[in-house]
Design a protein around this ligand. Structure first.
Ligand code: NAI
Ligand code: MG
Length: 351
């Protein structure tokens, strides 16, 4: 079979970003070398270092180049020396909005052998996918400030929800739910207080549900959902939720499923009008950067999601299996460095 070449943009970013990305690429190389896929990589220097040097976050010219790529792998951005929000809004959110990543896909899965802070919970209890809306809600930057730095300061930060945006993310979540054995979709919102946005989500859920009679639907307020993530995680199969709620509950999801070092994500443009971007959920972890302590597993699992996205499902399953096997033995192995973990998983993928 002829090999298929895929244009891959790599944004290592800041802190532990470059460390975990190089392990992700190691695993990608291992899986690609035995298959019919090749990745034509371009690395982009974006993040704190570039901002310090040039003041740029995501220049238009780079954004245009990124549009020409098939898919993006991102490490993490953020640095204590850069004002909060500069890179988050100027780089991450800009990429998500401009590339129309309206699905922020975050699996929450407890792998066998991984310690969870929850008592009496097994891998069967924690296996869900959170479909977080990625381009609307309170993250659009709509709002403003008046009378700043006076006792009468006014700050507004509006939540933007469109019928189009809500319906498309809900439809995607139904598709994910329909593909899973339990076929259950839970809307997580706060429709008793955020009545306008909540109602828009509820009506869209009902409308789209008619197209998916095989999927059962459920609703849970976001505050109750945080409780059930801890007390009854089994309740959830696929969750669809707004941008902010999704951000928060997936950190909790990461915590109950073994920690932020394992949590993978994809910023997906399902219509493929622009490249999707895969990244670990965690940030640049400046507290451990440069010490070889970062766990590259979240990035490696993000690479598996990337492989699924480019249609290489077999390769994705191989990476997941390698991670799962590594995790099952981890407790017995003691502390390993970032590269040791990457080497071990890459070896399993090749072997
Ligand atoms: P963080 O996720 O970077 O770190 C939180 C804690 O988790 C730290 O103690 C860190 O050492 C630990 N940790 C994170 N990833 C780890 C890994 N792979 N292995 C082992 N331990 C790990 O979140 P924090 O500290 O709130 O943010 C640090 C910087 O990252 C900030 O500038 C923030 O804005 C940025 N950030 C960027 C994100 C992105 O690029 N998508 C997402 C979240 C934060
Ligand atoms: Mg977050």
């Amino acid at each position: 079979m002829a090999s298929r070449s895929i244009r891959l943009a790599v944004i290592p970013g800041d802190g532990i970003g470059p460390e975990v990305v190089s392990e992700g690429l190691k695993v990608l190389d291992a899986v690609a070398s035995s298959g019919d896929l090749t990745f034509e990589r371009t690395s982009y220097d974006l993040g704190a270092a570039r901002w310090h040097r040039t003041g740029e976050t995501l220049p238009d010219s780079v954004l245009e180049e990124l549009r020409g790529q098939a898919v993006i792998l991102l490490g993490a951005v953020g640095d204590p020396g850069v004002p909060s929000g500069t890179l988050e809004r100027g780089l991450l959110l800009r990429a998500r909005f401009e590339l129309d990543h309206y699905v922020n896909l975050r699996p929450v899965r407890l792998y066998p052998g991984v310690a969870t802070p929850l008592a009496g919970v097994t891998p069967e209890d924690i296996d869900m996918v959170v479909v977080r809306e990625g381009t609307e809600g309170p993250y659009t930057g709509v709002g403003g400030v008046l009378r700043k730095d006076t006792p009468h300061e006014v700050a507004t930060q509006e939540s933007v929800n469109t019928a189009y945006g809500v319906e498309r993310v809900i439809r995607y979540a139904f598709e994910v739910a329909a593909s899973r054995p339990r076929r259950k979709l839970t809307l997580v919102h706060k429709d008793n207080v955020l009545t306008f946005a909540g109602d828009l989500y509820q009506r869209a859920l009902k409308r789209v549900a008619a197209e998916f009679p095989q999927v059962t639907t459920d609703y849970c307020h976001v505050d109750a959902a945080t409780m059930f993530f801890v007390s009854q995680p089994r309740r959830f199969d696929v969750i669809v939720t707004d941008n902010l709620f999704g951000d928060i509950i997936t950190d909790l999801g990461a915590a109950v499923a073994g920690g932020i070092g394992l949590a993978a994500s994809g910023n997906v443009n399902p219509g493929r009008t622009a490249p999707s971007m895969f990244e670990p959920v965690h940030g640049s972890a400046p507290d451990i950067a440069g010490q070889g302590k970062a766990d590259p597993t979240a990035t490696i699992l993000s690479v598996a999601m990337l492989l699924d996205h480019v249609g290489a499902a077999d390769a994705a399953r191989r990476v997941e299996r390698a991670v799962s096997d590594d995790l099952a033995e981890r407790a017995a192995l003691g502390a390993r460095s970032t590269t040791q973990i990457g080497d071990a998983i890459a070896k399993r993928v090749s072997g």
